[in-house]
Design a protein around this ligand. Structure first.
Ligand SMILES: [Zn+2]
Length: 324
């Protein structure tokens, strides 16, 4: 049963286009945008879609619209605005064409401004940690990952020739300079293994295997008290991931996807920071169920190159990601 526990790491709220922003490692940025950043998805009309096939009860967040509303130019401007606030070179962030799959792909090395078509997949990995990665959501879970390098990995050996202590929060001797990733975990992706696939590829690309070597931020998503589903869907989901079993505040069957994601990740030795914010209940975020077709926000991660400029403007002293 879900109880919306306090997250392991604080998810506090800086002002501006971000609901949450943290610097959990050297040069490392982890952020979730709010509605103030604007709609960041080209495939969403940006206006409530009349008669859109929303609320199918399957958690699908890809409306079939694509109609007028937000022009592509407005989305481009919003994406550039987020990049400017973080210090990411304009157009350099990598996005995916998200299809509710369990497919993970490596970063292409080209951002949305340079590449005409994004690859179809639902998780994206940067083996170096230096590619700015974004994942779009509006009720489904955005999960952002950072990691320490494994001891066996060539780049793992620190100045003193050994890896640092593991465990959440340890950051000195062996900071989070390994692969990063973002994942889109809706009901289908979660049950089909998108998070397991992401962690597996991160480890293949050099992330450590010790508990806490990989850290995950589960961003704002529809909560277990709001995500109503048919009884059969609740049974199927909780048969696979018991932690997803939930009931709405109005007493009907529900799934708690954030709790399910946390359980899956912790079973893999990932240290989890979980946002307590529900997209359906909090107007600072886009919610497909509350307001279909209005927009998508993003979870984002990247690590700034040494010597690369710090973020301009926008107070950059967001909360540290590790404690609270
Ligand atoms: Zn809720």
């Amino acid at each position: 049963m879900s109880d919306n526990r306090r997250p392991a790491g604080a998810m506090t709220a800086p002002a501006g286009p971000f609901l949450f922003r943290a610097h959990p490692g050297p040069g490392l940025e982890v952020a979730f945008t709010s509605v103030d950043a604007g709609n960041l998805a080209f495939h969403v009309s940006g206006t409530p879609a009349a008669g859109s096939k929303s609320n199918k009860g399957d958690g699908s967040i890809t409306g079939g619209d694509g109609g007028a509303g937000d022009s592509r130019e407005r989305v481009r401007a919003s994406r550039r605005g987020v990049e400017a606030a973080l210090g990411v070179p304009s157009g350099r962030t990598e996005y995916l064409t998200q299809v509710h799959s369990a497919r993970v792909v490596p970063a292409a090395g080209r951002g949305w401004g340079e590449s005409p078509a994004a690859e179809e997949a639902d998780a994206l990995i940067s083996p170096t940690g230096r590619d700015p990665l974004a994942i779009m959501v509006a009720d489904c879970l955005p999960v952002v990952f950072a990691s320490r390098r494994s001891v066996e990995s060539p780049a793992a050996v620190g100045r003193d020739g050994r890896a640092g202590a593991s465990g959440p929060g340890a950051g000195g001797a062996n900071p989070l300079t390994g692969p990063t990733a973002v994942a889109h975990a809706g009901r289908r992706g979660l049950l089909d293994g998108i998070l397991q696939n992401t962690v597996e590829m991160m480890r293949r690309e050099g992330s450590g295997h010790e508990p806490g070597d990989i850290q995950a931020w589960i961003g704002p998503a529809i909560c277990g008290r709001c995500y109503e589903v048919p009884e059969q869907m609740r049974l199927d989901g909780s048969a696979q991931i018991p932690a997803t079993h939930s009931t709405t505040t109005w007493g009907t069957p529900a799934l708690d996807l954030p709790a399910g994601a946390q359980a899956v990740l912790e079973s893999l030795g990932v240290a989890v920071h979980r946002s307590p914010v529900c997209t359906r209940e909090d107007p600072r975020l886009f919610s497909h169920r509350r307001d279909p077709g209005r927009g998508r926000f993003i979870g984002l991660v990247w690590r700034r190159e040494e010597g690369q400029g710090t973020s301009p403007g926008e107070g950059s002293e967001g909360s540290e990601g590790s404690e609270g």
